[in-house]
Write a protein that binds this ligand. Structure first.
Ligand code: MCN
Ligand code: CUN
Length: 798
């Protein structure tokens, strides 16, 4: 049934009432969260636990001449002060980034960005550690910094990476994709071409919980446990083992409750290493937890792509080719968090939802004296940038041709029958119905009415202008396959292990790690669906490398596409064994046993009354197992996806732009998403709402900025503006369902879609309010002064 208002669609009829696929099961984990019983890293307390505070550089570029620890060590309660020299003894002065660059754990010689980690003070409590940190005296020889990617590539720019042999400038990497020649030819022969430069500004993921760790070395067991804010505990353990030389089975990473990740908790940060190393050396637990400004100023940022986009088209709006050139700021180290064979992430999906024959993209990345980053912030590895580019350019082209942005999209969409579709840059789209989603959004948004209203306001010279923005995006989520996607060489598969206990309930362990996405509920729903169990009888565990099967973690909306598939496949393995046990219990042949999804029971073919539930089978597996089978009822699956999944959607945003103040108000915000088969519509709804809020933050407020001296001027919540409930309009969400043909339960990921899809819709809307007066672009964040300048430029300001 569809709600009248196009709002959340109750799907209580699915899931057979046991909390399976499609049911709006309330989040199991919320019981502890809403009663204050969550267990985050900073909640962990150990006997004799010490606290670590990091001394950070006030300068963006400076050589360290001397570090004097003595006054800090005099502070009562300070136990140790560590510098790079101390870490060098253990070979821990540097660590590899996920892109195989070498980053200082504590500055070895030269500071490369403001707030870089210089020393660590370990003390009996946090305040003493902070006092001690203030008494560490560091002599700096201050050097000229460069914080702008374009300037850093100029000939006379100061060299940042003098630690890399043979490095003579601040050039980090080059990358290209597509067919340069064919694209140039298409541009030469086109009726129309358009070009626009746009900055996808530096953002910070800003999870509510900052990063932190408790290192806990047990000399008795010779085992290092690290509780840490990790989106990917298993790969972090492997990296810890490789860097420290401690055997991997002697390391346990526990990622307890994580208060939001958004990509920020994928990289390894110096603080984690210091906490672990200090506990190893001091043989006492050591806790390190960042403050807010430390998180914003030193951990992985997102975006910072300065893009030029070009489209070539026919007079009637058929897009022939797309070309783009990007200048990427990678900060002081190449520490982007992406599959290692993709230096520009999945940016080359920039042909989007359109059937464009020819495409070419090039990119240059630069080092600057800014914190390293390029983490995917709710974006599946640079898809946000790609979607922004193509969805903005389609609007630019529509305006150039005087076409309705709806019509130009319809004309160029990849059609349903073209799937599986191979894009000119090599992506294999699994399924899609782009026009279906757009039609639904148009209907929900009352598009024609707003077009009329827009014209009326122009005609009547009204005080506020109306703008309508559309984005019909395609996402790519669910990395692997392992052959093409890896992190530090480890293939990007994922896993699930199911143990059905003798009394008929089950524990499910997965290789991914929730940070708020509701995995304890949705993974239980997948297993409930596939085994005919009740969702309440299933507990999902994750985030402990000692007990969970190896997996590559949660980011890139890969949990459902990869670990979700593993959970379904593992369930089906259990189901197969269950048939043998059912046969034994029912005194029939295994071949004659069938499973009925509706009732969740196993029965003898043709004799539905001779049936048995999974609970009875569980008992049989432990108390009366058939001689043909091992006792017990469990299964594990490591799933390597054959392909990624391609969720999509159409968003329509209507804004009012005040001609006097440049203020933008949301009049309507419609989001239609398609993530294939839906596990839990309510959780999806929550994901969409959160992601749209982040899209609004991106488009309207957020920007990490620097001054010429390299100071971070957007490094705290006074200056880095996050949206609050005051800035968030009422969202109207809807959905279509186009299952993934290769996923065992037909599901695609959804976690990032709203953040990927919404910024271009919002910018398109603001541009649309002024496009009749010749405005083609407004840079993000679209603060009132930015918008007012454009109004002024167009002669629209009053
Ligand atoms: N889901 C569903 N049906 C589908 C697809 C997804 O019910 N067809 C459910 C899933 O079961 C899961 C949730 O929606 O409970 C998100 O699933 P998925 O799209 O697979 O994404 P992941 O679980 O891998 O989450 C990662 C994604 C990313 S990359 C970022 S960044 C982000 C996001 O999720 N970070 C978040 N959403 C977040 N939400 C919260 N609260 N906190 C974060 O840090
Ligand atoms: Cu794209 S940010 Mo999420 O991958 O953790």
């Amino acid at each position: 049934a569809e709600a009248e208002d196009g709002g959340p669609q109750p799907e209580k009829h699915c899931g057979h009432g046991r909390g399976g696929m499609g049911e709006e099961v309330k989040r199991k984990e919320d019981q502890r969260f809403i009663t204050g019983r969550g267990n985050y890293v900073d909640d962990i307390k150990k006997p004799d636990m010490l606290h670590c505070e990091i001394v950070r550089s006030p300068h963006a570029h400076a050589r360290i001449e001397n570090i004097d620890k003595s006054r800090a060590l005099d502070v009562d309660g300070v136990v140790a002060v560590l510098t790079a020299d101390d870490l060098r003894e253990y070979d821990l002065a540097t660590m590899p980034t996920l892109m195989a660059d070498t980053q200082d754990v504590l500055v070895n010689d030269k500071v490369k960005f403001q707030s870089q980690e210089v020393a660590a003070v370990i003390a009996t409590d946090r305040y003493t550690a902070k006092d001690g940190a203030q008494k560490v005296v560091v002599d700096y020889d201050v050097l000229e910094p460069v914080v702008d990617a374009e300037k850093s590539l100029e000939d006379d720019a100061p060299l940042i990476r003098d630690d890399i042999e043979g490095q003579e400038d601040n050039h980090c990497l080059d990358w290209e994709t597509g067919d340069e020649e064919a694209t140039a030819e298409a541009f030469e022969n086109a009726d129309v071409t358009v070009k626009e430069q746009m900055l996808y500004q530096r953002l910070h993921p800003a999870p509510i919980e900052t990063c932190g760790a408790v290192g806990d070395y047990d000399p008795g067991k010779d085992k290092l446990t690290v509780h840490m804010t990790s989106q990917a505990p298993h790969i972090h353990r492997t990296l810890f083992a490789q860097v420290s030389g401690i055997p991997e089975h002697k390391i346990r990473i526990v990622s307890p409750d994580v208060g939001g990740g958004f990509g920020n908790k994928v990289p390894i940060y110096p603080g984690y290493v210091v906490a672990a190393a200090a506990s190893y050396v001091l043989e006492q637990p050591v806790k390190w937890v960042e403050e807010r400004s430390e998180n914003i100023q030193s951990t992985g940022f997102a975006r910072d792509y300065d893009m030029t986009g070009e489209l070539a088209a026919t007079d009637d709006g058929e897009i022939l080719a797309v070309r783009t050139d990007v200048l990427a700021d990678h900060g002081a180290y190449n520490a982007v968090a992406q599959p290692s064979k993709f230096p520009a992430g999945f940016f080359n999906i920039f042909t989007g939802s359109y059937d464009i024959d020819t495409a070419y993209g090039s990119l240059t990345a630069a080092y600057t004296n800014t914190a390293p980053g390029g983490v995917a912030y709710r974006c599946s590895f640079r898809v946000t940038e790609a979607v922004y580019l193509i969805e903005r350019m389609v609007k630019v082209l529509a305006d150039e041709l005087g076409m309705d942005p709806v019509e130009i999209r319809r004309k160029n969409f990849i059609q349903p029958e073209q799937f599986p579709y191979e894009s000119p840059t090599g992506w294999n789209y699994d399924s899609g119905d782009y026009e279906g989603a757009l039609d639904k959004a148009l209907e929900m948004a009352d598009y024609d009415h707003y077009r009329e209203e827009q014209q009326r306001r122009i005609d009547e010279d009204a005080d506020t202008l109306l703008g309508i923005g559309i984005s019909s995006f395609t996402e790519v989520v669910g990395a692997g396959p392992g052959k093409t996607c890896d992190i530090a060489g480890v293939e990007m598969f994922d896993s699930a292990e199911i143990r059905v206990h003798p009394t008929g309930n089950a524990t499910v362990r997965v290789g991914v790690q929730t940070q708020g996405q509701g995995h304890e509920t949705t993974f239980a729903q997948i297993v409930a669906e596939e085994l005919g169990m009740d969702v309440e009888d299933i507990t999902v565990e994750h985030g402990d490398t000692d007990t969970d099967p190896y997996g590559l973690g949660t980011y890139g909306s890969r949990s459902t596409p990869v670990a979700g598939a593993a959970a379904a496949v593992a369930s089906r393995k259990v189901r197969e064994k269950a048939k043998a046990i059912a046969a034994n219990e029912l005194e029939a042949a295994k071949e004659d046993i069938t499973w009925d999804r509706e009732s969740g029971e196993f029965h003898v073919a043709g004799a539905p009354d001779r049936s048995i539930s999974i609970t009875e089978i569980a008992a049989g597996a432990y108390m009366n197992h058939p001689s043909s089978e091992e006792p017990g009822l469990e299964a594990v699956n490591y799933y390597d996806p054959p392909e990624m999944t391609y969720p999509f959607g159409s968003y329509i945003v209507v804004v009012e732009v005040d001609r006097e103040t440049g203020e933008v108000e949301f009049e309507k915000f419609v989001a239609v998403d398609d993530c294939g088969n839906r596990i839990n519509p309510m959780i999806i709804e929550g994901q969409i709402h959160g992601g749209l809020a982040q899209g609004i933050g991106t488009a309207m407020l957020e920007h990490v900025t620097f001054d010429d001296n390299g100071n971070v001027t957007g490094g705290d919540f006074m200056n880095y503006l996050l949206p609050t409930s005051m800035e968030i309009p009422n969202f109207e969400t809807g959905h279509t369902v186009t299952p993934s043909p290769h996923h065992p339960i037909g599901a695609k990921g959804v976690g990032e879609s709203p953040t990927v899809g919404s910024p271009p819709a919002i910018v398109n809307a603001v541009v649309d309010a002024m496009s009749h007066a010749g405005i083609t672009h407004v840079e993000m964040p679209m603060t009132p002064d930015t918008v007012w300048e454009k109004l002024d430029e167009a002669g629209l300001a009053t």
